[in-house]
Write a protein of this length. Structure first.
Lengths: 54, 368
């Protein structure tokens, strides 16, 4: 609970820095997306051959 | 103006004419409002989108604007502002989306042709669930000028109609070039997509695919990661497109679209670059020896509104992400029924292979 609350706070600050002011409920929805995406992102970052550039 | 029992239209005009065309409400039609089924956008363009202008020049009568998932950014067509499109095959079930109004209008016979857009399945999903034919053209084949974008590097505009022949005609007009008859030479069956589909859906699709001739089993590269790779590209592009409105009209978005756009804004800065690199990696590993890849278009039949699976998006994304990510042409063609509801095959071609997927779809429809 405490971890999720601090993650929501961090996301809120990141959004504010970009001029966007989401509610806690919005950010809990975002956390749902990020919790699925970030582990795969980390795995891809480790696996993509170095020579492949964007 | 006739009735619209399926909430397919957001705006409709009482016009007479042949080749009656409905246009998804993210595509500009001169003099008709473009809202993207949102409270955020309302513009009345002076000019047609290029794809609409080309259809009009070829004799189309534009009859109205069709319902969509808000900003075409979701797979259900259940805008909180305009209401859900209802599936003409069973109005208690979803059309899918985002081009759900397009699927419903064609299935109900309200139009001869509907335009849809497809960023990550938005033509293919409603075509499959409503039992009509849909074609996602190769990225770039049909101009997207005058179309509200979801994600620039993934978006495509394409037709939904009763038959593949009608989809071919519309694609030719919008692309400005002929797509000659071209039979596939080497066909692959994407085994993982048959295996993960509902067994009755998979069985109907397998049986229908036999009419295409010999096919070999194929595994797609990075298929488990493909949905996430697509999101790594799509979400940041969408957040960039929506940034001004996220700053000024955030509360006016529906909850699901707001969460998706915010997720794009709040992903780490490496996410988009990794997504682009992963896309290039997938492209390098793609089985290019096949000019037609066959799979079920959807793993399930249209779910009831009161029984949409919690993991609906996760369930369907593997079916639509590969072609979206690589910009490949896909024709979705109805191929049977399960429990009285339509089931469809997805025919994916190589980049520029639109003629092959459409020819194969026509072959299936002749055989049926």
């Amino acid at each position: 609970m405490g971890t999720e609350s601090s993650l929501v706070s961090a996301l809120r600050e990141q959004a504010r820095q970009q001029g966007v002011e989401p509610t806690d409920e919005d950010l809990e929805g975002v956390l749902g997306f990020l919790s699925r995406i970030l582990p795969v992102l980390a795995e891809l970052e480790a696996r993509i051959p170095e020579e492949i550039q964007p | 103006v006739t009735l619209d029992p399926y909430n397919a239209f957001l705006h409709r005009e009482d016009v007479e004419g042949d080749w009656r065309v409905g246009v998804k409400d993210v595509i500009d039609v001169a003099g008709m409002p473009t809202t993207a089924a949102s409270k955020v956008l309302h513009r009345v363009p002076e000019r047609d989108a290029e794809c609409v202008a080309r259809l009009r020049a070829a004799g189309a009568t534009i009859v109205g604007k069709l319902n969509t998932h808000e900003f075409a950014f979701g797979a259900l067509t259940n805008s909180p502002h305009f209401g859900a499109a209802l599936n003409p095959r069973d109005p208690e079930r979803t059309t899918g989306g985002s081009s759900g109004g397009s699927g419903a209008a064609v299935a109900a016979g309200l139009v001869d042709l509907a335009l849809g857009t497809d960023t990550a399945g938005s033509i293919r999903i409603p075509a499959a669930l409503c039992g009509v034919t849909g074609h996602r053209p190769t990225s770039g084949l049909v101009p997207v000028d005058g179309v509200v974008p979801v994600a620039w590097s993934l978006d495509a505009v394409g037709p939904l109609a009763r038959t593949a022949a009608e989809c071919r005609r519309a694609t030719e007009v919008m692309a400005g070039r002929e797509l000659p008859q071209e039979a596939p030479r080497r066909i692959g069956l994407i085994t993982s997509l048959f295996e993960s589909a509902d067994p009755a859906v998979a069985s109907a699709c397998e049986q229908a695919a036999r009419a295409l001739g010999d096919a070999e089993p194929v595994e797609l590269p990075l298929h488990e990661e493909m949905a996430t790779i697509t999101q790594l590209v799509m979400l940041p592009e969408a957040a960039t497109i929506h940034l001004h409105w996220l700053r000024t009209k955030l509360a006016d978005y529906g909850a699901d679209v707001r969460a998706r756009a915010l997720a794009g804004l709040l992903l780490p800065s490496t996410a988009y670059v990794t997504g682009l690199r992963a896309r290039k990696w997938v492209r390098s590993l793609w089985p290019k020896e096949y000019d037609l890849l066959v799979a079920p278009a959807m793993p399930i039949v249209a779910p009831r509104f009161d029984a949409i699976p919690d993991d609906y998006r996760l369930l369907i994304m593997p079916y639509h992400s590969p072609a979206a990510l690589l910009g490949l042409p896909v024709t979705v063609v109805p191929c049977g029924e399960v429990d009285g509801l339509p089931v469809a095959l997805s025919l994916t071609g190589r980049v520029g292979g639109d003629a092959v997927t459409l020819t194969a779809a026509e072959q299936l429809q002749r055989a049926a």
